[in-house]
Design a protein around this ligand. Structure first.
Ligand code: ZN
Length: 428
């Protein structure tokens, strides 16, 4: 495998390992943007913008929009969207279940629709955010990551469930509660307060998720595969960030933008999700800062284009009947362009033609995804965000395997393929 592909994969997996929750994703994305000279805006303050500068704004600490103002009068937006969240288990308040002073387990609920079986028998930890009462009475957000093997969802042995290999319906409240200690009196609240070096009484509330501690791996005869937690959708989120930052010398007259939304895995209908007014507001505020009237804003919107970037499925060799019979994506096959007759994917013949032309000119490989007509596919960001801000959109991603497992698999070449494809889109 060419070293450039290994390096781009390692860059991605480092980002994923540093980003065990959506709040860490946004904090790390913000740090990358600030390193690249982007200016942080606050939604609570007026936007004041200058040509040639790059800006970003966050919402809820879990969604982020970054954009670059062109030197010349803007002619439209070129937007890449992706999502920051991944399916996991979320801790409830007072999570400790003491089991009569024996093992302490944690009370969790499902966040998103995950494959449950692969969550068993892996080292897990806990990450998310806490809100803390500061000395001056204000409330601040702190990131929480224990960053050590802390708990585990443990299987029942085969001897006590001889039917285990004949299919099993997992119930979260029964089967998925991780063990965290053998009779320890400590609470998660105490551990969070200790990790943040605050008095427990100043810990106001938390949003904490389990995450898989298994290290990412590059594997296969030719190192063609890599596996990692959260490939969906941090591969696309990271590639969007990389491509956006790498375009700083671009002379495009378009406003280049990335929109990283939260809550895709639970339907996007939150204030920080793709179904919110976040993107629409930022776009309109840019228009206000540039003194565009309504007519001008509409003409700019009509000249805009979006890539909704969220991974899709590779053909699986053991389950080929699940794949479309004439369009069989494989990992390392390049940018995946996703279509669906029910319009769950936004791609249409016009938007696909626009993107295919860009990718061909840039020598970036691409392949096509359709659901098998007997298989109900997932949904994603594109058709939801276009209901808020309606522009021609293509659904893209990388092909991957084991989507929504805590350890997913994708192709070593595709991170670079996506970055190059997105860069070509931004520069078009
Ligand atoms: Zn996704």
């Amino acid at each position: 495998m060419d070293q450039k592909y290994i390096e781009s994969t390692l860059e991605l997996t480092d980002f994923i390992q540093d980003s065990p929750s959506c709040y860490h994703v946004v904090a790390n994305a913000a740090a990358m943007l600030e390193d690249a000279g982007a200016i942080r805006l606050d939604e609570k303050n007026t936007f004041s913008l200058e040509a040639g500068n790059c800006y970003f704004v966050t919402r809820n600490g879990s969604a982020l929009i970054a954009f670059r103002m062109p030197q010349d009068p803007a002619t439209g937006y070129s937007i890449v969207s992706a999502h920051t969240d991944s399916p996991s288990f979320k801790l409830k308040e007072n999570p400790e279940i003491r089991n009569g002073g024996t093992y302490t387990t944690l009370n969790v609920e499902a966040y998103g629709g995950m494959l449950m079986a692969p969550w068993f028998d892996r080292p897990l930890s806990i990450a998310g955010r806490a809100f803390v009462k500061e000395n001056d009475g204000s409330i601040s957000q702190r990131l929480v990551n224990f960053d050590r093997d802390l708990c585990q969802i443990v299987n029942l042995c085969i001897h006590q469930n001889r039917e285990a290999n004949k299919g099993y319906e997992y119930k979260v409240q029964k089967d998925m509660l991780p063990i965290i200690s053998l009779g320890s009196e400590h609470t998660v609240r105490e551990l969070v307060a200790e990790a943040l070096e605050i008095d427990e009484e100043n810990l106001l509330d938390t949003e904490l998720f389990l995450y898989n501690r298994t290290a990412p791996s590059i594997w296969g005869v030719d190192q063609e595969f890599f596996s990692s937690p959260k490939i969906d959708d941090l591969q696309c989120a990271f590639c969007a960030l990389k491509a956006f930052i790498d375009c700083e010398d671009s002379s495009s007259s378009r406003i280049q933008m990335i929109a990283l939304f939260d809550n895709e895995e639970v339907g996007s209908s939150t204030k920080q999700g793709a179904d919110s007014d976040f993107l629409r507001q930022v776009v309109h505020r840019i228009g206000c800062a540039l003194d565009w009237d309504f007519d001008k804003r509409c003409s700019i919107q009509a000249s805009s284009f979006m890539l909704s970037a969220d991974n899709g499925h590779s053909m699986h060799p053991n389950y080929q009947e699940k794949c479309d019979p004439t369009n069989k994506p494989l990992i390392n096959g390049g940018v995946l362009i996703k279509y669906a007759g029910n319009q769950k994917y936004t791609t249409d013949a016009y938007s696909a033609s626009y993107l295919k032309g860009i990718l061909k000119d840039a020598d970036v490989p691409y392949q096509l995804f359709f659901n098998n007509s007997n298989v109900t596919g997932g949904s994603t960001l594109g058709n939801i965000s276009t209901s808020q801000f309606s522009i021609p959109t293509v659904d893209i991603g990388a092909a991957q395997l084991a989507m929504h497992s805590p350890y997913e698999t994708a192709g070593t070449k595709d991170t670079l393929n996506l970055v190059e494809g997105m860069k070509a889109f931004f520069k078009a």
